[in-house]
Design a protein around this ligand. Structure first.
Ligand code: UDX
Ligand code: ADP
Length: 480
């Protein structure tokens, strides 16, 4: 029986391995992690991540051919294929600070693999890493190999959170990069055979190592670039009276462009986009390509601009001050159908409003108060370390309360900011909400989820990203 071990039981490792176990009953899959809390949660009824469909998949395989364990060394030593899916934070100090990936966790995983291995292994990069990481890992493994043969493959994951299980069941493509040697090709085939249990072979793309590593960064950069493009347009729409939804629809009808990923928003978030682009920028700079680096940097700059623009709009509309005012924040996760808050635009928006002394009442259906307090107190980039190693802030942010429903959050509030597109925000009783708010009552829709006309009929002053402005908002222009 083929044995797979995955180091790192996070958003990528957990769901991916659960699906491999489900689709390959003849393979034994162990997911290991240094975080005891995380592994305990994977072994409980309350999984550590919220992902539609994940519970069912885990329930079907756990204890049969899917195991979650903290015994990292045992499972690594027994495995034929070792996936590595550990954290790759952005460096906060030293060379490349603020851009380059910190490969500390990767390096320690590689050294541990070399230490405990007694048989040949295929080592697969699953988490996104900078181009040429495979080469570094290969060096660590071969210099410590005691004669064992290691083959490195790059097999980047393209799943998106919220649709992870669907994406894994039915991927657009699976990408496997490896060495162009006979041993490298044999390793590629072994991994291709795993995916071929359920993925049509024509969707399994095999390339060299560097192409696979770069393709992942490139795909995320292209996706993020689309959002920054439409968000840049949203600012122009507001200035000119055009409607960004109409513009996106018209643009997306061109089959060369396509309709997906053209929703204007308060900004993109998530663990990948910013980190991967910063990585790309750093790699370009290191390779003497400053023009290319600057091109990609703009994608992040526009994203930051969009978040600042949103905060400025809120403050300027409310008589240029939110000091002491209660603002309800609906949605904190970086997108709907996930409890993940990594790099969520809500963090910057909330920090911006807190900087203007607002009082925030935050509601998200999947994010705990503890997580929100942690996010608002944490320094940039600190989030991307294993949970038990994250620096904890001693104090919680005082002007923030976290509540468990939208009606409590909005009671007596002056304004509402919608920051995540949860479906339930479309069908709230906005008349009831309006009646319980201070007047004038404002809604700032950072995701274009509410029916602005209906809300205006109720009496709200409404701001929707990239849509023609209310007379009120035109009279209170936001100055960046
Ligand atoms: C992304 C990539 O899609 C995935 O392929 C990769 O493996 C990991 O990074 P993820 O971060 O889970 O996945 O979510 P995604 O759906 O890409 O959304 C990222 C951010 O962009 C979210 O904050 C989302 O709200 C925002 N977004 C997305 C928009 O603002 N507008 C859109 O049209 C689409
Ligand atoms: P991703 O979104 O890429 O899956 P996560 O942060 O959710 O990232 O998961 C990475 C996981 O890797 C964390 O649970 C962390 O505890 C684990 N991890 C980091 N370093 C090691 C290591 N050396 N051995 C085992 N697990 C590790």
């Amino acid at each position: 029986m083929v044995k797979i071990c995955c180091i790192g039981a996070g958003y990528v490792g957990g769901p991916t391995m659960a699906v491999i176990a489900l689709k390959c009953p003849d393979i034994e899959v162990a997911v290991v992690d240094i975080s005891v809390g995380r592994i305990n949660a994977w072994n409980s009824d309350q999984l550590p991540i919220y992902e539609p469909g994940l519970d069912e998949v885990v329930k079907q395989c756990r204890g049969k051919n899917l195991f979650f364990s903290t015994d990292v060394e045992k499972h690594v030593s027994e495995a034929d294929i070792v996936f590595v899916s550990v954290n790759t934070p952005t460096k906060t100090q030293g060379l490349g600070a603020g851009k380059a990936a910190d490969l500390t966790y990767w390096e320690s995983a590689a050294r541990m693999i070399a230490d405990v291995s007694k048989s040949d292994k295929i080592v697969v990069e699953k988490s996104t890493v900078p181009v040429k990481t495979a080469e570094a890992i290969e060096k660590i493994l071969t210099h410590n190999s005691k004669g064992i043969n290691f083959q490195i493959l790059s097999n980047p994951e393209f799943l998106a959170e919220g649709t992870a299980i669907q994406d894994l069941f039915n991927p657009d493509r699976v990408l496997i990069g490896g060495r162009e040697t006979p041993e490298g090709q044999k390793a590629i085939k072994a991994l291709r055979d795993v995916y071929a249990h359920w993925v049509p072979v024509e969707r399994i793309i095999c390339t060299n190592l560097w192409s696979a590593e770069l393709s992942k960064l490139a795909a995320n950069a292209f996706l993020a670039q689309r959002i920054s493009s439409v968000n840049a347009m949203s600012a122009l729409c507001e200035a000119t009276g055009a409607d960004v939804t109409e513009v996106s629809h018209a643009v997306g009808k061109d089959t060369r462009i396509g309709p997906k990923f053209l929703n204007a928003s308060v900004g993109f978030g998530g663990s990948c986009f910013q980190k991967d682009i910063l990585n790309l920028v750093y790699i370009c700079e290191c390779n003497g390509l400053p023009e290319v680096a600057n091109y990609w940097k703009q994608v992040i700059k526009v994203n930051d601009y969009q978040k600042t623009r949103f905060v400025n709009r809120v403050v300027s509309s409310m008589f240029n001050t939110v000091s002491g005012k209660k603002i309800a924040i609906l949605g904190f996760a970086f997108k709907k159908d996930t409890g993940d808050t990594r790099e969520t635009p809500a963090i910057d928006v909330c920090k911006g409003l807190l900087g203007d002394k607002a009082h925030l009442s935050i509601y998200d259906p999947q994010v705990s108060g503890e997580q929100i307090q942690r996010d608002l107190a944490m320094k940039k980039f600190d989030w991307d370390h294993p949970i038990h190693l994250q620096p904890l802030s001693p104090t919680s942010v005082k002007q923030v309360s976290v509540v468990w429903d939208a009606y409590t959050a909005t009671k007596d509030a002056h304004g509402i900011c919608i920051l995540t597109e949860w479906d339930e925000f479309k069908s709230l009783d906005y008349k009831k909400i309006y009646d319980n708010m201070q007047k004038p009552a404002f809604v700032f829709d950072g995701r274009n989820v509410v029916d602005a006309e209906k809300l205006r009929e109720i009496g709200f002053i409404v701001y929707s990203i990239g849509k023609p402005l209310d007379a009120w908002l035109k009279d209170m222009p936001a100055v960046a």
